[in-house]
Write a protein that binds this ligand. Structure first.
Ligand code: DON
Length: 569
C-alpha cells in the first residue's frame, strides 16, 4: 500500500518522539532513595581520611585506627576484621580476598591475592555424582570449603606496609565480637532467610538464632564469644597460630570428623601472592585493578571499550548509554571465560588489555548477537571496603566467604564460619554456579588452585595522584556495578553519593538477559525494551562503595542498598 512520504516521516518522527520523551522523562525522574532514614550515614566527607564499609561499625573501627596514627593499610585490616564480625554472613577469617594498595611515598601500586585455594586432595571431578555434576556439593556443606586465606593476607599486608601489630588492629573486632554488636537490617534479613539452614549447624544456630530457633530482629545484639577468643588467641603472629598452631589443629580435626578434605598440609602450605597490578587508561585517567584470578581485568577491558565514547553527551542512565553498556558488558563477560588462576593456566592478561583486543571487544559490542536466557540469581555475600588516609595512601579491599554464610558450616569452638569458595570453580564445563556463571576448562577444580573471582577493587589516578577508589559485592554484579560507579564519577562527574545511588543494570552474556533495578525509571526501561532488550527487573543489584579523593577533601559513599557506613574525619 502506498503511504505518502510525509506520513512515513511523521510516523518515524513520532516514534522517535516517543523514545525521546521516554529518554527525557528518564533523565528527569529523581533517583529512588534506598536509604532508611534511621540508618547510619552512608555518605560522609572528611579532611584527614575516609573509611567506607558495608558495616558502619567496621567503618568506625577503621577510623579509630587512623586516629590512633595508623595508615590506610592498618585501617583497612582493622575494618576487614571488624566487618568479618558484624557482617559474618559475607566474610570473615574463614574466607579470603583481594587487596589493592597504593602507597603514596613509593608512588606505587601493590596487588595482594589472598584468595582461598582448593585443598590438595581436590579433583576436577569431585562434584560429579553418578556421572552428573552436582553443584550443590560445592556450595552448601564441607566439600565446598577452600583453604582460607584471610589471616595470611592480613598478616602479609601488615608486615609489608602496616605500622601496627595485629592485636592493636584486631582490638575493635575483638570488642565487637566479645561484647556484642547490633544486627544490621541486612544481617537480620539474611539470618531470617537462612534460619532453616542455620538451625542445622550447632555453631551458627547458637550465635545467630534465638533459643527458640527464631531469627533476631535488626538492632538485636549478637555476641560471638568464641570468635573473639580466636582473634585474641592469634596474638601478634596470627599466621603461626592459624595455619600451624592450635587453630589449624582444631580446624583439621573438625574437617576429619565431618568428611572434609582441608588438611594440615593445606593450611601449612597456604601462601598469599603479591601480584603485579594491572592498569588501563580511561579518558585521561589511569585505572588500576587486581589481576586474575580477580575480574579487575574485565572492568578495565569494558572501560577501555567505552573510552572516547562521549558518554557525558548521552546522559547518565540514558537509554542510548545503557544500550552501549549492555553490549560492552556482554562482551566483557565473554572475555572473562579466559580468566582463571594464572599459576595454573596461562591467562594472557596483558594481551587482553592491549588496544587491539579492546578495539575488537568494542567491535563485537557494536555488532551484537543475542539469545533468550533463563533468569540469574543474586544474593549478597562478600564485603568491600575502601580506605584513604592523609598521607595519600589508598586501599581497596574485597573479601568474601562466597554465598551467604558460606558453606553454612562453622567450627563452633573457634567461632569460625567456613567459606564455600569452591563453588567459584566450574564444577564441570557449562554448569552454572550460584551466580549462573558458566565456566570452562580454565577454571576447573585442581588441588592448590584458586577459583576465578568477580571481586574487582579499583583505584583511579590522574596525573599520578589517586582521585577515586571503588569496589563492591554481589557476585558478577560486582564487575558491572563497579564499572557503572566508576563511569558515573569519571564520565558523568557525579559525586560519590550520587554515583553509588544511581540505579544500575547488569548483563553477563550467559544468561543473556539484562537485569535492571526497579529504581530505574519505567520510561527508561520501556525505551530499552523498545530497542529489543529483554529485561528482568530486580529490587537491587549488589552493593558498590566509592571514595573520591581531592587534597584534604575525601567524600565517601557506602551503598544504601546494603547499608554500611562512610566515616570521615
Ligand atoms: O569471588 C567471587 O566472585 C564470589 N565468591 C563473590 C561472591 C559474592 O559477591 C556474593 N554476593 N553475591
Amino acid at each position: 500500500m502506498f503511504t505518502p512520504r510525509w506520513i512515513q516521516l511523521f510516523a518515524a518522527s513520532s516514534r522517535a518522539m516517543v523514545v525521546a520523551l521516554a529518554i527525557a522523562l528518564a533523565m528527569f525522574v529523581a533517583p529512588v532513595s534506598y536509604a532508611d532514614p534511621a540508618a547510619p550515614e552512608t555518605s560522609a566527607s572528611g579532611v584527614h581520611g575516609m573509611v567506607v564499609s558495608e558495616s558502619d561499625d567496621a567503618a568506625h573501627a577503621g577510623v579509630e585506627i587512623l586516629k590512633q596514627g595508623g595508615n590506610a593499610v592498618d585501617a583497612a585490616v582493622a575494618t576487614a576484621l571488624a566487618v568479618g564480625v558484624t557482617n559474618p554472613a559475607a566474610c570473615g577469617i574463614g574466607g579470603g580476598g583481594f587487596m589493592l594498595i597504593y602507597m603514596a611515598k613509593a608512588r606505587a601500586f601493590y596487588a595482594l591475592d589472598y584468595r582461598e585455594t582448593a585443598p590438595l586432595q581436590a579433583r576436577p571431578d569431585m562434584y560429579m555424582r553418578n556421572g552428573k555434576p552436582d553443584e550443590d556439593l560445592a556450595r552448601d556443606g564441607i566439600l565446598g570449603v577452600g583453604v582460607p586465606g584471610e589471616i595470611a593476607g592480613i598478616d602479609a599486608a601488615l608486615r609489608r606496609f602496616g605500622t601496627m601489630k595485629f592485636q592493636q588492629i584486631a582490638a575493635p573486632a575483638e570488642k565487637l565480637a566479645g561484647e556484642g554488636y547490633a544486627a544490621s537490617p541486612h544481617l537480620a534479613k539474611e539470618i531470617g532467610m537462612l534460619a532453616p539452614k542455620l538451625k542445622n549447624d550447632p555453631g551458627l544456630a547458637q550465635v545467630f538464632l534465638k533459643p527458640d530457633g527464631s531469627a533476631p530482629q535488626a538492632g538485636d545484639t549478637i555476641i560471638a564469644k568464641n570468635l573473639a577468643a580466636t582473634l585474641k588467641s592469634l596474638g601478634d603472629d596470627p599466621v603461626a597460630n592459624f595455619y600451624h598452631g592450635e587453630v589449624a589443629a582444631a580446624l583439621v580435626e573438625f574437617m576429619k570428623a565431618h568428611g572434609g578434605i582441608v588438611s594440615a598440609a593445606d593450611l601449612a602450605n597456604y601462601r598469599p601472592e603479591w601480584r603485579d597490578p594491572i592498569h588501563h587508561r580511561y579518558e585521561g585517567y589511569d585505572v588500576y585493578a587486581m589481576p586474575p584470578p580477580s575480574s579487575g581485568g574485565v572492568v578495565l577491558e569494558m572501560l577501555g571499550a567505552l573510552d572516547s565514547g562521549h558518554l557525558a553527551g548521552l546522559g547518565v542512565n540514558s537509554p542510548p548509554y545503557l544500550a552501549r553498556l549492555i553490549e560492552v558488558m556482554r562482551q566483557g563477560f565473554v572475555d572473562r571465560e579466559q580468566y582463571a588462576d594464572p599459576s595454573f593456566v596461562g591467562v594472557e592478561i596483558q594481551k587482553l588489555l592491549t588496544d587491539s583486543n579492546i578495539l575488537q571487544l568494542r567491535e563485537r559490542a557494536l555488532h551484537p548477537k543475542k539469545s533468550p536466557p533463563p533468569p540469574a540469581a543474586h544474593d549478597h555475600g562478600t564485603s568491600n571496603l575502601l580506605v584513604a588516609d592523609k598521607a595519600g595512601n589508598v586501599v581497596a579491599l574485597t573479601t568474601t566467604i562466597n554465598t551467604v554464610f558460606g558453606a553454612k558450616v562453622s567450627v563452633p569452638a573457634l567461632g569460625l564460619i567456613l567459606n564455600d569458595e569452591m563453588d567459584d570453580f566450574a564444577v564441570a564445563p557449562g554448569v552454572p554456579n550460584a551466580y549462573r556463571l558458566e565456566g570452562e576448562r580454565a577454571n576447573e577444580v585442581r588441588g592448590g588452585k584458586r577459583p576465578l573471582s568477580s571481586m574487582s577493587p579499583i583505584i583511579v589516578t590522574k596525573n599520578g595522584a589517586p582521585v577515586m577508589t571503588s569496589g563492591g559485592s554481589g557476585g558478577p554484579t560486582i564487575i558491572s556495578g563497579v564499572l557503572q560507579v566508576v563511569l558515573n564519577i569519571l564520565a558523568f562527574h557525579l559525586d560519590a553519593t550520587s554515583a553509588v545511588n544511581e540505579p544500575r543494570i547488569h548483563e553477563q552474556a550467559a544468561p543473556d538477559v539484562v537485569i535492571v533495578e526497579q529504581a530505574m525509571p519505567a520510561a527508561t526501561r520501556s525505551a530499552l525494551e523498545q530497542m529489543g532488550y529483554k529485561l528482568k527487573v530486580v529490587p537491587e543489584l549488589g552493593a558498590v562503595g566509592a571514595i573520591t579523593i581531592a587534597p584534604a577533601k575525601f567524600r565517601g559513599a557506602a551503598d544504601p542498598r546494603k547499608g554500611g557506613g562512610a566515616v570521615g574525619y
